[in-house]
Structure formats: C-alpha cells, structure tokens
Design a protein around this ligand. Structure first.
Ligand SMILES: C[S@@+](CC[C@H](N)C(=O)[O-])C[C@H]1O[C@@H](n2cnc3c(N)ncnc32)[C@H](O)[C@@H]1O
Length: 417
C-alpha cells in the first residue's frame, strides 16, 4: 500500500457533483409540504420517551419537525427498501411490504426522507444509511448533496450472508453497504473495538521487545516535501527523497528517549507502535461478523429483512450516548429500537406496515422465536401469552394518523388477547 501526497487544493475549488433526474423537487418545497397529523391515540403505558409512529414516514418526519423534534435526534439508522422489485412476506407468509419503486422515483422517495432527516438530526448527530449494490452508489451522491461529502465518515461493506454456491457466471453476492455520515465535524464517537485474537495480534504486531510487549514498526516519514522543521536533518539523516519526517526533530528525540524508536542494523529509524491488548482491534470498514439471521437456532421476529441485532448494537454504541434519541423511520421488526433500548437510549420508530407493528410488539414482549426447520402456520403461544411482561420490558406510545388508527388498535388488541 502506498500513501499519496495530500493535495493543497481547497475543497471549495471543487466542482460540485449533483444528480439530475425528472421530478427532483426543491428542498424548501419538501420541508414545507403538508402532512397527515398523528394523534396520540394508542398508549402502551408509555412515558413519552419511546415512540412508534404507525404510518407513512414522510408524514411522521414532517410531524416530528413541526412538533419539537427539529435537531433533537442524535442517531439515525435506516434500512429502506433496496429497489428489488419484490414483495416481502413474514414467517407466517403474510405480506409485510412491497419494494416496487425503482430509478428516479426510488431516488426521489428516499431523497425526500433524507432531507427531512437532516432537519431532525442534532448538530453532533450521525446517520447510517444501509443499502445494497442496486442503489448505494446513486444514493451516495444524494447523501453528499444533503449532508456534504466532507461529512461522509465511512462507507462500510458488510458480509450479509454465508458464502453462496452460485450457478451464475459471476462472483457470489454476499455484500451490502452502510454509509456513515455526520451532520458536522463535531460528532459523538465512541470507537468500537473487536476483541483481539492471538493469531491476528501476532500478524499485526509481529515483534516483541525486551519487556515482552508486542509491537510493529512503522515509518517515521510521510509523503511530501516540507521546508520547515520536518524537512530538516535529524541525527545526521535527511528524510528519504520526496518525503518529510512525521514529527519535528525535537519530538523524534523525545520518542527515542522513551524507547519508541527502532534503529535498524543499517541505522534507519522506525517508530515502534505497541499493541494494547486491553482495548482490542479498532473496528474497520469491512464487517464480516454481522450476517443476518440464518442460523436456525437464533431467535427472530420472523419479519423479512430483519437485520443483525449485534450490528445495530455496535452502531448505537459507537454513535450515541445513554439517554440520546435514536430514530429508525424504516423500522421493520424494530432491530434498531431493541438495540437502542438495551443500550439505554430513547427510541423513535416509524413504519407503515401492520406486520412491522406486530413484529415490534412481539419483540418487546419477548415473543421472538427460533427460526426452526419448520414453520408452524398457527402460533398458539401468540394469543395465549399473558400481557403482563409488556410494561417491564419496554414502555412506548404508538401514535397513528386517523387512517391507521383502527389497524393499530386491532393489532394491539390481538396481542392483549
Ligand atoms: C428493509 S425493511 C427494514 C427492516 C429492519 N431494519 C429490521 O431490522 O427489521 C424496510 C421497512 O420500511 C418500511 N417502509 C417502506 N416504506 C415506508 C414508508 N413510506 N413509511 C414507513 N415505512 C416504510 C417497510 O414496511 C419495511 O418494514
């Protein structure tokens, strides 16, 4: 791997890139749109901290903007439909949602919601957008338009499933993508770590010092010529051609005195970077350990496209603090909401599918089931279960539009038995 010399060209000199398509609305028109109002009609013994909006997220986001949530949300994770032209059914073979938009229509649908989400996000907040190769690269341009290219913190590749035995003449498709943007350069960040595995530690920190500490050797110079202190001679040596010292000679002296400079037999200095086994390995932008639930023994809600719970816990813990508000406006089975609750965050979920509300109620009443080899069409335990556990597990309010109130009531009453 080689590192380029950073360019001095200022980002303001860049020609901005925009996506053009038919039907692209002005941002101001989107934010000033009319919307259906949500009445606080069904209360699951909530205390106003956790809210579920049952209805179209365009209405719900506008409602929130106009009802006290502007710049109040600390973290957003969304996993919208991926433009697959498919209908998704749950474990009971009931239709959960259809994913039918494509092309410019899809882009505008999602762009409108992202513009509203920008309004809701706090100044130190973060947003994660989960997509696959169909729309991720198009939507990256839209994310840059709304949140600013400079606020793109990572473009994560995730291994979503096990290796496939493809019959098609191409590579097995096992990846999807998560874009991580922030609203500004000052944002909440609790660096996540994976635990060390000995072979990885040996691979990455191959050397051992006299005290038994593992370390690796890294260059003390960086690309680019400098005329200041870092371009001068240190201990009788100039930096290699086209490079400069990473530190001033004074700082290099300090590092040497602290025993952090390795001198090769030919007299070349390198920096010794020590492994801190207590911390683990900082999580990188390729995620291999967060596949969605395919394991027959794993408990799930049975909602289609349910995402990996541990992955959501990682995101929630990295980009928010206890007490913060976490929002998922394509909530599905409520994976984000569950992870936020478990980590001591407040949550706001939105979805317009009755099956989603059903799955979320099941998630918070501990009625998730193992996938199993066979799917039972009638789940007796669903109607017989007592309703008592609800208040202990997670309290939340369900807010509905007048259109959706009856459906929400039916689902809620079904659960109560
Ligand atoms: C891919 S699923 C989300 C799955 C979720 N991340 C999970 O772990 O279960 C997308 C969700 O977006 C919801 N959805 C799609 N369009 C919507 C809209 N306009 N308003 C609200 N929800 C919508 C669907 O009902 C579906 O539940």
């Amino acid at each position: 791997m080689s590192t380029g010399v950073p360019s001095k060209k200022k980002s303001k000199d860049k020609i901005p890139v925009f996506l053009t398509y038919q039907g692209k609305q002005e941002e101001a028109d989107i934010v000033n749109n009319s919307y259906l109002s949500f009445d606080k009609s069904i209360c699951v013994n909530g205390n106003g901290e956790n809210l579920f909006f049952f209805g179209d997220n365009f209405d719900a986001l506008l409602y929130m903007i106009n009802n006290g949530y502007k710049e109040k949300v600390n973290l957003i994770y969304i996993d919208p439909p991926f433009a697959t032209s498919s209908t998704f059914v749950n474990r009971k073979q009931e239709k959960a949602y259809s994913d039918s938009l494509c092309g410019g229509e899809y882009v505008e649908f999602l762009r409108k919601r992202l513009i509203l989400l920008y309004q809701l996000l706090s100044n130190d907040g973060s947003i994660y957008l989960h997509l696959d190769n169909k729309m991720a690269f198009t939507m990256k341009i839209i994310m840059d338009e709304i949140f600013g290219e400079e606020n793109c913190r990572a473009f994560i590749t995730r291994k979503k499933c096990s290796t496939k035995n493809y019959t098609k003449n191409t590579y097995g498709n096992v990846s999807d993508y998560i874009m991580f943007y922030t609203k500004s350069s000052k944002y909440t960040w609790n660096r996540p770590y994976d635990p060390w595995e000995l072979d990885k530690m040996i691979e990455q920190y191959p050397c051992v010092d006299g005290k038994g500490r593992r370390y690796k050797k890294v260059p003390v110079h960086a690309p680019g010529v400098r005329n200041g202190e870092t371009g001068k001679e240190w201990r009788g040596k100039l930096p290699p051609t086209g490079k400069h010292w990473q530190y001033t000679p004074e700082k290099l002296d300090e590092l040497d005195e602290a025993g952090e400079i390795y001198w090769s037999p030919t007299g070349n200095p390198r920096r010794m970077v020590f492994c801190d086994p207590s911390k683990g390995i900082p999580v990188q932008d390729i995620w291999l350990n967060y596949r969605d639930s395919v394991n027959q023994a794993q408990k799930t809600t049975g909602y289609p496209t349910e995402k990996n719970y541990e992955m959501l816990k990682l995101i929630v813990n990295a980009s928010s603090n206890p007490g913060d508000i976490v929002l998922d406006c394509f909530a599905g089975s409520g994976t984000t909401l569950g992870a936020a609750f478990e980590s001591g965050r407040k949550w706001i979920g939105v979805d317009n599918s009755p099956q989603s509300l059903d799955a979320i109620l099941n998630r918070f009443t501990n009625r998730m089931e193992v996938y199993g080899d066979y799917v039972s069409p009638v789940q007796e335990s669903f109607v017989q279960c007592s309703f008592d556990g609800f208040d202990e597990k997670c309290q939340f309010d369900i807010w509905c539009t007048t259109h959706s109130q009856q459906t929400a009531n039916d689902i809620f009453n079904k659960l109560k038995g």
